[in-house]
Write a protein that binds this ligand. Structure first.
Ligand SMILES: [Zn+2]
Length: 543
């Protein structure tokens, strides 16, 4: 202690002192979304709640200090604090603005995002968060000259700091145990708001997952796959699977929404299933699960990766094409043909490296003709991966001539928009999806001379639009609200008889677990992985 005083008198700072100050800053200002959530909980109303929050803040500070004590060396302390501050500023912005939490799934999304998605999330508030939470303290930190101490002395000090940090943490844990365990049990998401430790933990968990998952190719499926012999005079199947993005079931007029968001599909003979639940709350979580034969529970518990629906169709001898208008197929299309929708799309549909979903419908005849003829003769599985209603820039998801609902929210800082304008921008994106699906059906109609067409549209997950103060998606599945998991699913087939039969099933509870088996069944694929009880079409197959 005398050392420190002497040092400060001479104007230099010990790295451990800076670690302590940084921890206090991070635990208070750097964690404002956490304190806001904690104090908003009904059980924390009143002085006991404030006391608990203060104790919790001290625990966060103690833990952060213990970690920084390990890095409190002359050369490393400033970069370490800078890294902590910048991470915390980013976390605080996204958690504070959108109500998301930073857990391993969210981290997967961060890692898999692309430039255009990232650009959508940049705005002035993010800059403000960086300046206030990281910029100000960094400016101060840079000007502090560091004390020169022998490594032995510093090691002793740091060890003391580590022990002191952990000691305080343990003592508080003991003192607050009752409130702490109740809060953590009832509000699991709180732990993923402790910043920036949540980001570090989630990155670590992700790396561990990556290491634990088997290297090398995924387990092959459909080794016994074969196609049912076609009925006499029948045409090969052409199955169009449209993977929607961020579409909420309750925003579809077909499902009873009061606004006319489905002007085109309403005029067509389609079946909209009304009670469909997604496998995850983000693209990265839902997409691999939707194409897996395992179903949500087994997929979550899997110890090995498996091939997917596309591999099955390919192995059975069908032509498979993945057409992407988003951030890619997340590894699903690694072993089949895949092409970006921007490839050959007219420039009117694309700008800044991003295309409207109309690009998916462009040049389809040529794309179909380019598939291997001998496979095409058995049938085709065509997947379209939409940009759909991808947020937060909803207003970019519909063209200028397709915005019936006005005015639109035109900022990424969603909480600055009023609910009505935000809803307008979002609903316009649904109206555009309606146009795309009707266009796809129109194209399929034109293929009927050569194929037996079917279209299945299903979204990957839903979206929060300000309900309960939440925006966007990606909350942990167990705590995510219904808006993030209730997805639209629409089928079109030219057979009136089959449509009528499917319509009688439209209120059945279904989920992404049904996708693999329904598509495989519709394509006439027999394989040991196929389960008729998860095939929506099974009972409505034409005799
Ligand atoms: Zn998504």
């Amino acid at each position: 202690m005398r050392d420190n005083v002497a040092a400060r008198a001479s104007g230099t700072w010990n790295p451990l002192t800076l670690a302590l100050l940084a921890s206090l800053w991070l635990a208070t200002a750097g964690n404002w979304p956490l304190w806001r959530s904690l104090l908003a909980l009904p059980e924390n109303a009143g002085s006991r709640g404030v006391l608990f929050a203060a104790g919790f803040a001290a625990m966060v500070a103690a833990l952060t200090f213990a970690l920084l004590a390990l890095l409190a060396w002359r050369r490393s302390i400033k970069p370490a604090i800078a890294f902590f501050l910048v991470s915390a500023a980013a976390c605080a912005h996204f958690m504070g603005s959108y109500g998301v939490v930073i857990d391993p799934t969210m981290m997967t999304n961060v890692v898999q995002t692309n430039v255009t998605e990232a650009r959508d999330l940049l705005n002035l508030r993010l800059l403000g968060s960086f300046l206030l939470i990281a910029g100000l303290p960094l400016l101060w930190l840079m000007r502090r000259p560091l004390q020169r101490a022998g490594w032995r002395a510093q090691a002793g000090r740091n060890l003391l700091g580590l022990v002191a940090g952990l000691g305080v943490l343990a003592a508080l844990l003991f003192a607050l145990f009752a409130d702490l365990s109740a809060t953590m049990r009832n509000h699991k998401q709180i732990r993923y708001q402790i910043s920036p430790l949540n980001a570090f933990y989630s990155t670590g968990a992700l790396l561990r997952q990556a290491q634990a998952s088997p290297s090398g190719p995924p387990v092959a499926i459909g080794l016994d796959a074969r196609l049912l012999p076609p009925a006499a005079g029948s045409r090969p199947p052409l199955f169009l699977l449209v993977v929607g993005e961020t579409a909420r079931a309750d925003r579809f007029a077909l499902n009873g929404y009061a606004r006319p968001t489905n002007p085109r599909l309403s005029a067509l003979d389609v079946v909209s299933f009304r009670d469909v639940t997604s496998c995850g709350t983000s693209t990265a979580a839902s997409l691999p699960c939707m194409f897996s034969h395992l179903g949500r529970e087994a997929f979550g518990a899997r110890s090995q990766d498996h091939e997917n629906l596309l591999d099955l169709a390919h192995r059975a001898g069908l032509a498979v094409l993945w057409l992407d208008n988003q951030s890619g197929c997340k590894g699903l299309c690694d072993r089949v043909q895949a092409v970006g929708a921007s490839d050959g799309a007219p420039p009117t549909l694309c700008s800044d490296g991003e295309c409207l979903d109309g690009a998916l419908l462009h040049g389809l005849d040529e794309r179909l003709a380019a598939l291997p003829a001998e496979r095409r003769a058995h049938g085709v599985l065509l997947v379209m991966h939409q940009m759909g209603s991808h947020g937060p820039a909803y207003w970019r998801r519909s063209p200028a001539d397709g915005k019936p609902f006005q005015p639109e929210c035109e900022t990424n800082a969603l909480q600055q928009c009023d609910v009505q304008a935000l809803g307008n921008a979002y609903d316009n994106s649904i109206v555009y999806t309606d146009r795309i699906l009707a266009g796809a059906i129109d194209w399929l109609q034109g293929q009927r001379a050569r194929f037996e067409p079917t279209m299945l549209y299903v979204s990957d997950h839903g979206e929060s639009l300000g309900e309960k103060g939440l925006y966007l998606h990606g909350l942990p599945y167990s705590v995510a609200p219904r808006e993030q998991k209730h997805v639209p699913m629409i089928v079109w087939t030219p057979s009136a008889q089959r449509t009528q039969c499917l319509a009688s099933l439209r209120d059945q509870p279904l989920s992404h677990d049904h996708i693999f088996h329904s598509v495989a069944g519709a394509l006439g694929i027999q394989a040991s992985e196929y389960r008729a009880d998860l095939d929506v079409f099974a009972t409505c197959r034409a005799p």
